[in-house]
Ligand binder design. Structure first.
Ligand code: SAH
Ligand code: SF4
Length: 354
């Protein structure tokens, strides 16, 4: 797919205002376009019926309105989870395509989306299906935004709205920091999509300089850190990034985040049988987390083709949880949603506590 026109969802409101001005249009047109994109959820310029035809044509001539081609849609057997696989151009100028995925999870009143920030991932975590693919490319902010709008349009036809967004799909969001944060800012914008900052959660593998940047920018989005091991030897064997930013360095940044923002931090832990699901790992984790405003989410590993590890058992998950709770650390066992559709990039870690 060739797509050489700039992408309308890559444009933020100040840039849109500049653009409209350069076209000799009155200022208020920018906000009309913005509302059409983010409130009325238009998919093409001809739907902007409140704009003059000349302006609609100009938009159509200068901008593309979709980068993502939905290719495969899978619904879980309980109907509560939907995964969409999108094709994106490998690079502008290239005829090749790449695949990314985004997942919708329904739980009670919640409509949570799990979105991707990269095609592939450079971090190489051994148990992760995306990590096993290697890095392909960063998504643009507009491609991140479009995943949300794609589902928002579907939900709107049912009279429903997106209530939460977790940045836990393919890729490492802090390895694509600028695009990810500008996408979230755009979706958070009060005159547009207007989803509250606290409704977003960004999950990082632990890129310390970016955690520090996120802290210092006083971002209001929730932060989750993928931990998976409480000692450096084990963590480095599973998450190569740990060699660069070992646990002491990572925890220093996490403590600084909580200290400066007074916000609770979430730690994620995929329980792998006989590897990191032991009482000893739970105790070590508990010691590291003592006194920190935090919460631990554990989820049984979702086995992947490239990794021999197996999921923990229910009993061991509960024992792990008890151990942590005994040390005063809140811990929730998450279930894997949509397992029959391989939801969540082979790694769906959300929603229903058991
Ligand atoms: N790159 C970011 C966000 C995407 S991964 C990160 O690593 O945090 C989202 C979550 O899924 C992470 O906690 C990740 O460790 C976890 N995950 C990856 N593969 C998994 C698997 N096979 N089973 C369970 N969780 C997995
Ligand atoms: Fe990348 Fe996250 Fe997968 Fe690690 S777990 S390879 S950081 S997507």
């Amino acid at each position: 797919m060739l797509n050489e026109k700039p992408f309308i969802y890559d444009v933020d409101l100040p840039a849109l205002e500049e653009l409209v001005k350069s076209w000799g249009e009155p200022d208020y047109r920018a906000r009309q376009i913005w509302r059409g994109l983010y409130q009325q959820l238009h998919v093409s310029p001809d739907q902007f019926t409140d704009l003059p035809v000349t302006l609609r044509e100009r938009l159509a001539n200068h901008y593309s309105f979709s980068h993502l081609q939905s290719e495969i849609v899978l619904d879980s057997s309980d109907g509560e989870t939907r995964k969409t696989l999108f094709r994106i151009p490998a690079a502008v100028q290239s005829g090749q395509n790449l695949a990314i995925e985004a997942v919708l999870m329904r739980y009670e009143q919640r409509r949570t989306l799990c979105i991707s920030t990269q095609a592939g991932c450079a971090m190489g975590c051994v148990f992760c299906a995306t990590g096993q693919m290697g890095f392909q490319r960063n998504l643009t902010s507009g491609e991140i935004v479009e995943q949300v709008l794609f589902y928002a349009r579907q939900l709107a036809t049912l009279g429903e709205r997106v209530t939460n967004v977790v940045v836990m799909g393919m890729g490492e969001p802090f390895h694509n920091y600028t695009a990810t944060l500008s996408a979230l800012d755009r979706l958070n914008h009060p005159d547009g999509f207007n989803l509250g900052a606290r409704r977003f959660t960004i999950s990082t593998v632990g890129l310390v300089p970016l955690i520090r940047r996120f802290t210092n920018e006083r971002r209001q989005f929730n932060l989750a850190v993928s931990l998976h091991a409480a000692d450096d030897e084990l963590r480095s064997s599973m998450l190569p990034i740990n060699r660069k930013y070992p646990l002491d360095v990572l925890f220093e940044a996490c403590r600084d985040y909580v200290g400066k923002t007074h916000r609770r931090i979430t730690f994620e832990w995929a329980l792998i049988r006989d590897k990191n699901d032991t009482p000893e790992q739970a105790r070590r984790l508990g010691e590291r987390l003592r006194g920190l405003l935090c919460h631990v989410n554990v989820i049984p590993l979702n086995p992947t083709r490239g990794y021999a590890g197996q999921a923990t058992t229910r009993e061991r998950a509960v024992a792990f949880q008890k151990e942590l709770e005994g040390m005063g650390i809140p811990c929730t066992i998450r279930i894997r949603r949509g397992i029959d559709i391989q939801a969540g990039c082979g790694q769906l870690a959300v929603e229903r506590a058991t």
